[in-house]
Write a protein that binds this ligand. Structure first.
Ligand code: EPZ
Length: 484
C-alpha cells in the first residue's frame, strides 16, 4: 500500500487515506475492543486506542521464545535520513509501533511517498523523497513525538530550509534541542525561533568543528546527517556512542556518505554533493530485549529471546549478573532461566556503554524484588521517576530524593489500578503487574504502544495472562500531547 500526499490545496499536510476490508495491510479488527484505522487528519492512530488499558493477572512464569523487533530509536533517524536523497531508501526490520506511524505521517506531510510492506514484508518501508514540497514538521506531529525534530538537519542539508516546531516540555525532563541548533549554526545555518517554530536556512551547509557541550543521541544523529551534504569536512567531538548512532552511520555510508568514527566520541564527515538510495536492515531493539529479560527474571520463567544483539546490552547483563541472575547469550539470542535469589545492586544511568536510562524504570521494578537496598541514580533526565509512585501503589518501598531513588526490597507487590506516564515507565508497570498478586489494571497504555510492538501478544505467547481492553470513545476525541 502506498501513502501519497494529496495534491496541495494550500494545505499540503493534509492526506486522506482510509483502509477498508480487502485493502492490502487492512487488519481485520482482532477483538471487539480494538480496531486499527489510520486517520491522517489527526496525524496519528485513531483516538479509540488512546483509552486502551491492560488487565494483567500476575504470577505466571514466562516460558518460551520471543522475537525482538527492530529498534524504534534506530528506525526513526533512519527514516529521517531518507530526506537526504531523491532516490528510494528501503528499510527492513522496522518495528510496527506508534512512533513509526507518526514519522511516516510526518514524511508524507512533507511530500514523501512512503510504501508500507505487508504480510511477510510488513516490517519493510520504502521511502521516496524525490518530491518534497513542504519542508515543515508541524506542531501537531512534533507534540506527539519529539524525535520528529530529527528532520531538521536533513531538510536543511537537502532543501536549504526547514521549519520545525519546537518540541516543548516532556514528561521525563525539559529536553531542549539547543545543541542541535548550535551545531547547525556552526555549519553555517541561520536560525530564528518564533511562534513556537525553528526557522532554519542555508544556501549550502559548510563543514565545521562541533564539540557538544553534553552527549546527545539525537543531536549527534541530526548533525551527522546534516554534515553528509555539507561542503568540506565536519569534525564532531563528545558524540554519543549509542548503537543507534552507529546504525545510522551504516545506512548513511550505504547512501554514499563519507563518515569515520561512528560509535566513538569523535566522528569525521566529509561532505559530498549528492547521496543515493540504499537498502538497510535496522538493528534489534536493545531496550525491548532488556525489558523482556527483566520480565523473565522476575516471573521465574525460562525465556529465549531471538533476533536480538546481546553486545548492545553489556551493562545490563553485567548488572543482572551482579544481582545473581545468569543469562546465556548467543550471537543473536539470549536465554534467561529461573531460580534466582535476587540481591540488591545500585545503578547509575549513563550514556552508552553505561547503564541505559531507558532501562532504569524496568530495573526499579526488579529492585523491588531484590534482597536489600538498591540506590538508583538517574543522571540523564531530571524527571524520570514518575513510575516510582505507581509502583508504590502496588506495595513497593521506594523513596525518591532528587535524582536518586532508594528502593528497599524484597516487598511483595499486589494488584492495583495504575497509569502510565511515559514509554519506559509503562514497561516497568507491565513487569510489576506480571509479578503482583491479583489482577492489575494499567491505564493509558498508548504510551506502551509508542515503542513496544504488540507487547501483550508477545507476552501472552509465553504464558502471561494479559489482555487489552479498550473504551469506544466518541469520534474525534482530542489526543493528549504526549512527548516522552
Ligand atoms: C534519545 O533521546 C532517545 N530517543 C531516548 O529514548 C533516550 O532516553 C535518550 O536518547 C538517552 O539515551 C531517541 O533516540 C528517539 P539526548 P534524545 O539528546 O536524543 C540534554 C525512549 O524511551 N540535551 O541524548 O532526545 C537532554 O535534556 C526515549 O525510547 C540538551 O540539554 O536524548 C538530556 O538531559 C526516551 N540539549 C541529555 O541531554 C540538547 O540539545 C541527553 O539527551 C539535547 C539534549
Amino acid at each position: 500500500m502506498k501513502l501519497v500526499p494529496k495534491p496541495p490545496n494550500g494545505n499540503s499536510s493534509k492526506v486522506d487515506t482510509l483502509l477498508s476490508a480487502g485493502d492490502p495491510g487492512f487488519k481485520k479488527p482482532v477483538s471487539r475492543s480494538r480496531t486499527i484505522r489510520i486517520d491522517f487528519r489527526d496525524g496519528f492512530v485513531a483516538p479509540e486506542s488512546l483509552m486502551d488499558k491492560f488487565v494483567i493477572r500476575g504470577g505466571n512464569p514466562l516460558v518460551g521464545s520471543v522475537r525482538i523487533s527492530g529498534a524504534k530509536n534506530a528506525a526513526l533517524p533512519a527514516m529521517a535520513a531518507a530526506i537526504l536523497t531523491d532516490e528510494p531508501v528501503i528499510l527492513e526490520n522496522i518495528p510496527d509501533v506508534r512512533d513509526i506511524q507518526t514519522e511516516r505521517n510526518l514524511l508524507v506531510s512533507m511530500g514523501a511517498e512512503v510504501e508500507l510492506g505487508y504480510g511477510r514484508a510488513s516490517h519493510r518501508t520504502t521511502i521516496s523523497c524525490n518530491n518534497l514540497v513542504n519542508p515543515e514538521a508541524a506542531y501537531e506531529l512534533v507534540k506527539t513525538m519529539r524525535a520528529s525534530t530529527l528532520v531538521l538537519g536533513p531538510l536543511l542539508a537537502r532543501m536549504g530550509r526547514a521549519r520545525v516546531s519546537q518540541p516543548g516540555g516532556c514528561a521525563i525532563g525539559a529536553r531542549p534541542i539547543d545543541l542541535h541548533i548550535k551545531g547547525l549554526e556552526r555549519l553555517g545555518a541561520s536560525i530564528t525561533q518564533e511562534h513556537g517554530y525553528i526557522e532554519a536556512s542555508a544556501e549550502r551547509l559548510r563543514g565545521g568543528h562541533i564539540i557538544f557541550d553534553k552527549i546527545t543521541v539525537t543531536g549527534t544523529e541530526d548533525l551527522m546527517m546534516a554534515a553528509t551534504l555539507a561542503e568540506g569536512e565536519t569534525i564532531m567531538e563528545n558524540c554519543a556512542r549509542e548503537p543507534e548512532v552507529t546504525d545510522l552511520a551504516a545506512l548513511l555510508t550505504k547512501m554514499g556518505a563519507k563518515i569515520q568514527g561512528a560509535g566513538t566520541h569523535t566522528i569525521r564527515i566529509h561532505g559530498v554533493e549528492k547521496l543515493h538510495g540504499a537498502r538497510h536492515r535496522i538493528i534489534p531493539d536493545r531496550i525491548e530485549a532488556g525489558t523482556f529479560v527483566i520480565a523473565a527474571v522476575l516471573t521465574g520463567g525460562d525465556l529465549q529471546l531471538t533476533s536480538c544483539d546481546p553486545t548492545h546490552l553489556g551493562s545490563l547483563i553485567q548488572k543482572l549478573e551482579e544481582c545473581g541472575v545468569s543469562i546465556t547469550s548467543g550471537t543473536d539470542s539470549m536465554r534467561v532461566t529461573n531460580g534466582h535469589q535476587l540481591q540488591a545492586a545500585d545503578i547509575t544511568t549513563e550514556e552508552f556503554p553505561g547503564f541505559p536510562t531507558d532501562m532504569q524504570a524496568q530495573y526499579m521494578t526488579l529492585a523491588t524484588q531484590s534482597q536489600g537496598t538498591s540506590i538508583i541514580t538517574e543522571n540523564i533526565f531530571e524527571n524520570r521517576f514518575m513510575h516510582a509512585g505507581e509502583l508504590a501503589r502496588m506495595g513497593a518501598n521506594i523513596k525518591v530524593e532528587g535524582s536518586r531513588a532508594i528502593v528497599r526490597g524484597k516487598t511483595p507487590l499486589s494488584s492495583a489500578a495504575v497509569q502510565c506516564s511515559d514509554l519506559r515507565a509503562s514497561a516497568s508497570l507491565v513487569i510489576a503487574a506480571l509479578v503482583a498478586d491479583g489482577e492489575t489494571i494499567i491505564d493509558r497504555v498508548y504510551h506502551v504502544d509508542r515503542g513496544y510492538e504488540r507487547i501483550e501478544e508477545k507476552l501472552k505467547s509465553v504464558g502471561a495472562q494479559i489482555r487489552r481492553i479498550g473504551e469506544i470513545l466518541p469520534k474525534r476525541a482530542a489526543a493528549p500531547s504526549v512527548v516522552a
